[in-house]
Ligand binder design. Structure first.
Ligand SMILES: *Cc1c(COP(=O)(O)O)cnc(C)c1O
Length: 421
C-alpha cells in the first residue's frame, strides 16, 4: 500500500499506527471499514450534539442541496441565513441582535476580536488590549493562538503571536483573586475586551469554573466599558446543561461565538453574535467604518439550512430532557470512581464529565495520553485524553450501556497506565 498523502490534524504521524477508515456514522457510533462500531464518546471533537446523522438535519441538507450551492453573501442574502439569524437572536442571551457568519470556531473568535477593536476604533476611543483566562483555548489561527494558553502547541509560532493579559485560573473558592486581577487590568485602561470560555475551559483540560465567576467578570467589564466576548464554541448547544453556558450566570455577553453544535455537528458553520451598540459603531455613511471581514464560504446556504433544522430540533424535541438524563447518567458513573486512587479531581458540568489520571508527570505530552488512546481504540471507544485528563463528552443520544462500557474501560485503563506502570 502506498502512503496516504493526507496530513492529519494534531497527529504525530511518526508515532501513529495506520488509520482505519470510517465508512458510516450513526447515532453515537462511527462504523469502520471492517464493520466495527466505535462509540464516539467525544462527539467527534465536540461537534455532534444530538447524534450522528440526525434525520431532520440530513433531510434539511438534502433539500437545501437541491436548490443551493455557495451563494455570495455580499449584495445578496438567502432564506436559510435569514431564518437562522432570526432564530439565533431569539434564543441567544438578551441584547445580542446581529449575526455575522463564518465557517469555524477559530474564525468566529477572530471576527469577535475584530468587532471589539472595530467598535473602539470607530467610536474614536481606541483600545487594543485583550484579557483572557489562563488555560484558555480559542482556536489555531495566529490571532486565536495569541489569546490561548502558550505551550508546546504554539511554541514554534510564538514570534508571531500578539501580547494579551492573562487572568489566573481560579482555584476552588478563590474566584475573588481572578476578579481582582481583572479589575487591575481594567484600571490600567485600554482593555477592549475580555475573551472567555464560560463555565468550562475545554482544550485547556476541561477545567471548570463557576457561574459566579462569570457574572463577577461581567460586572467588572461593565464598570470599565470593556466588552465581554463569550467563546461558546464548545459550551453552546446544551453541553453545560443549558442552551448556552452564559444563561447559568444570567450573563448577556456583548459578543457571543458559536460554531461546533450550531448545525448539530453536520456541517461547518459559525456565527458571531453582537449587540446593537457594536453593530451601530460600524453602521455609517463613512465607508472606513465598514466591518472589513469575510470568508469565501460565509453563510453557506446548505450549512445554514442544517442550522435551521438544528433550531427546529431544539424546539420540537425534548433536547433539554435528554441532557438532564445524560447529566444524571454521567454523575452516577463518575461517583463510582470517587474512591479510585488512580483518579483525582473528578468533575462535571452539564453533560461533560472529566477526571485526572494520577501520573508522575502530567501535561499534554504525558505518555499516559497516547497509551490510553490506543487502549480505548482497541476496545471500540473513541476517547482522547488531553494529556492525563480523561473526559467524556458524548452525543445526547448515548445510552446507559454505552456509558457503562466507557467508564469500565476508563477504570481498567487506569490500572494499567497510572503512575507510569
Ligand atoms: C474548538 C474550539 C474553537 C475553535 O474551533 P474550530 O472550529 O476548531 O476552529 C474555539 N474555541 C473553543 C472554546 C473551542 O472549543
Amino acid at each position: 500500500m502506498t502512503r496516504s498523502p493526507v496530513w492529519h490534524p494534531f497527529t504525530q504521524h511518526a508515532l501513529e499506527p495506520p488509520m482505519r477508515q470510517v465508512v458510516e456514522t450513526e447515532g453515537a457510533y462511527l462504523i469502520d471499514e471492517d464493520g466495527n462500531r466505535i462509540l464516539d464518546a467525544i462527539s467527534s471533537w465536540w461537534v455532534i450534539t444530538h447524534g450522528h446523522r440526525h434525520r431532520a438535519i440530513m433531510e434539511a441538507i438534502a433539500r437545501a442541496a437541491a436548490r443551493f450551492d455557495q451563494v455570495i453573501f455580499a449584495e445578496y442574502t438567502h432564506e436559510p441565513a435569514e431564518v437562522l439569524a432570526r432564530g439565533l437572536v431569539e434564543i441567544a442571551p438578551k441584547g445580542l441582535a446581529h449575526v455575522f457568519y463564518s465557517d469555524s470556531g477559530s474564525t468566529a473568535v477572530e471576527v469577535a476580536l475584530k468587532m471589539a477593536l472595530g467598535f473602539f476604533h470607530n467610536t474614536g476611543r481606541p483600545r487594543n488590549r485583550i484579557v483572557v483566562m489562563e488555560h484558555g483555548y480559542h482556536g489555531d489561527t495566529i490571532g486565536t493562538m495569541s489569546t490561548g494558553e502558550r505551550g508546546v502547541f504554539n511554541a514554534a509560532y510564538e514570534p508571531l503571536l500578539f501580547a494579551v493579559d492573562r487572568l489566573p485560573f481560579p482555584a476552588t473558592g478563590r474566584e475573588q483573586e481572578t476578579l481582582d486581577a481583572f479589575e487591575a487590568f481594567c484600571r490600567k485602561g485600554e482593555v477592549a475586551a475580555l475573551l472567555v470560555e464560560p463555565l468550562v475551559l475545554g482544550a485547556g483540560g476541561m477545567k471548570m469554573t463557576t457561574a459566579g465567576l462569570l457574572s463577577g467578570l461581567k460586572q467588572i467589564a461593565e464598570r470599565h466599558g470593556t466588552l465581554m466576548i463569550a467563546d461558546e464554541v464548545m459550551t453552546g448547544w446544551g453541553r453545560t446543561g443549558s442552551l448556552f453556558a452564559c444563561e447559568q450566570a444570567g450573563v448577556a455577553p456583548d459578543i457571543l461565538c458559536t460554531s461546533k453544535g450550531l448545525t448539530g455537528g453536520a456541517l461547518p458553520l459559525a456565527a458571531t453574535l453582537a449587540t446593537a451598540e457594536i453593530y451601530e459603531a460600524h453602521f455609517s455613511t463613512d465607508r472606513r467604518k465598514t466591518f472589513f471581514h469575510s470568508s469565501s464560504y460565509t453563510a453557506n446556504p446548505i450549512a445554514c439550512a442544517a442550522g435551521v433544522a438544528n433550531l427546529e430540533i431544539w424546539k420540537s424535541e425534548p433536547v433539554l430532557a435528554r441532557i438532564r438524563l445524560l447529566e444524571g447518567m454521567q454523575r452516577e458513573r463518575l461517583a463510582r470512581l470517587a474512591d479510585n486512587p488512580h483518579f483525582s479531581n473528578l468533575r462535571q458540568t452539564g453533560t461533560i464529565a472529566a477526571l485526572d489520571l494520577v501520573v508522575p508527570s502530567g501535561g499534554y505530552l504525558s505518555e499516559a495520553g497516547p497509551k490510553l488512546r490506543a487502549f480505548f481504540r482497541d476496545r471500540g471507544l473513541l476517547i482522547r485524553p488531553l494529556g492525563n485528563v480523561i473526559y467524556l463528552m458524548p452525543p445526547y443520544c448515548v445510552t446507559a450501556a454505552d456509558l457503562d462500557r466507557a467508564f469500565d474501560a476508563i477504570a481498567e485503563g487506569a490500572v494499567l497506565f497510572a503512575r507510569g506502570r
